[in-house]
Design a binder for this molecule. Structure first.
Ligand code: MRU
Length: 342
C-alpha cells in the first residue's frame, strides 16, 4: 500500500492519522497543503517525508508558472524554505530539498515551463529511487534474518513510511518474500501508535504474522527468550553511526544489549547525515503534550498536569549491531566504517 499518488497536477496523500479505521485520500493541489500534510503527520516516515517534499516543490513550481523567470526562482526558494520548516529531525526532508535546489540552480537558465518539467521529473525520480533502494536494502538485510526469526520492531517503517516496500519492514518483507518464516512483534509506539495502527495494518494485510505489544512489554519478551532480533528504521544517522529514530528506540537498544540480542537499524543512504559528527547534534522534534495526554480524544492525565513529548531519541552506535543500507551493511558501526559507505 503506497502512501502517495502524484497525478501530475496534485499529490494525493493517504491520511495516516485516520488509519486503520478509515482510508481517506487527501488531495494537495498547493505546496502549502503538502507542507501541512507533513506537519500534521498525514504523511510521515523519513523517506516518505523526503519524497513528499520533492513533490511539494513540483506542485509549487506549477503554481508559479505565470511568474517571470526572476520572480519564479525567488518564489521557488520560498517554497523550499516553507517545506524545510515542517519537521526538523528526518534528514531525508533536507536531503530531498537540497537535491531539488541543486537541480534548480544548475538549470536556472531554462525558461519557467522547461524548468518546471525538470522539477517534476526529479520528484518522480526521487520517488522511484526510494522503492528501488528499499528493495536493495532488503537484500542486504537478508543475511541478518534467520529462518523462524521472531522480530521486534518499533514505529512504522513500511510502505507507509516510504514510497513503497519500507526500510526495516522492507528487510522483514524481503525475508518473508524469500520464503522465510518470520513473525513480528510490533511495539504499539506511544504516543502516536504508529506500530499498533500502521505496522499492524500493513503486515496483517500482507499476511506477515504480527502481534502487537505495548512498548513496556519489550523487556519482558526479551527476558522470556521470545525475541531473536530487533530491527528499526532511522530518521537521521550521523557520521559516527549514531541513529535518531522514534522515541522509545533507545530503550529497546539498551534492553537488546542487556539480553545479548542483535539490534539492527535499516535506512537508505539519504538518511545518513555525514555533516553531523555525532547524534548529540541532531535536533529532536518536540511535539504537543496533548498527543501524550489524550488517547483517542480522551484525556488520560488530570487537567493542568504537564507532559513531555520528544518525538525521537538517539541510539548511540555502540548499541547497534549493524546498520543496513541500500549500499550494504556496516557491522559495529563507527566513524571509520561509516565513512567507507560514502
Ligand atoms: C522508514 S521510516 C524510519 C523512521 O522515519 C521511523 O522509524 C520513524 O521514526 C517515523 O517517525 P514519524 O514521527 O512517524 O514520522
Amino acid at each position: 500500500m503506497q502512501p502517495l499518488r502524484f497525478t501530475g497536477r496534485t499529490l494525493d496523500v493517504l491520511d495516516q492519522t485516520l488509519l486503520p479505521e478509515q482510508e481517506v485520500w487527501e488531495t494537495c493541489d498547493t505546496y502549502e497543503l503538502v507542507a501541512e500534510a507533513i506537519e500534521k503527520m498525514k504523511v510521515r516516515g523519513a523517506p516518505a517525508i523526503g519524497a513528499t517534499a520533492a513533490y511539494g516543490i513540483a506542485i509549487g513550481a506549477q503554481q508559479g508558472l505565470e511568474l517571470s523567470k526572476g520572480e519564479f526562482l525567488s518564489y521557488l526558494e520560498g517554497v523550499c524554505e516553507r517545506l524545510a520548516k515542517t519537521r526538523p529531525t528526518a534528514v531525508n526532508l533536507f536531503w530531498a530539498i537540497k537535491r531539488m535546489r541543486g537541480l534548480i540552480q544548475t538549470n536556472a537558465d531554462l525558461d519557467v515551463a522547461d524548468l518546471t518539467k525538470l522539477i517534476i521529473a526529479e520528484a518522480n525520480l526521487i520517488a522511484e529511487e526510494d522503492v528501488r533502494l528499499n528493495k536493495q536494502m532488503g537484500q542486504h538485510g537478508l543475511p541478518y534474518i534467520p529462518e523462524n526469526a521472531r522480530i521486534l520492531t518499533h514505529c512504522n517503517t513500511g510502505s507507509l513510511a516510504t514510497v513503497d516496500y519500507g526500510t526495516a519492514l522492507g528487510v522483514i518483507r524481503a525475508a518473508h518474500d524469500a520464503g522465510r518464516n518470520v513473525t513480528v512483534y510490533a511495539d504499539e509506539t506511544r504516543p502516536y501508535l504508529q506500530g499498533a495502527r500502521l505496522t499492524a495494518f500493513e503486515l496483517h494485510r500482507d499476511n506477515i504474522p504480527v502481534t502487537v505489544v505495548t512498548d513496556s512489554m519489550a523487556g519482558y519478551l526479551m527476558q522470556q527468550g521470545m525475541v531473536d532480533l530487533v530491527i528499526v528504521g532511522a530518521d537521521r544517522i550521523t557520521a559516527n553511526g549514531d541513529a535518531a529514530n522514534k522515541i522509545g528506540t533507545y530503550s529497546l537498544a539498551v534492553l537488546a544489549k542487556h539480553h545479548g540480542i542483535p539490534f539492527y537499524v535499516a535506512a537508505p543512504m539519504s538518511t545518513v547525515d555525514y555533516e553531523l559528527e555525532t547524534g548529540a547534534s541532531i535536533e529532536i522534534e518536540q511535539r504537543s503534550a496533548d498527543e501524550v495526554v489524550f488517547i483517542g480524544g480522551k484525556r488520560m492525565a488530570p487537567e493542568g498536569v504537564s507532559a513531555l513529548h520528544p518525538a525521537f531519541d538517539v541510539t548511540p552506535h555502540e548499541l547497534i549491531t549493524a546498520i543496513i543500507t541500500d549500499r550494504g551493511a556496516v557491522e559495529s558501526p563507527d566513524e571509520e566504517r561509516m565513512a567507507k559507505l560514502k
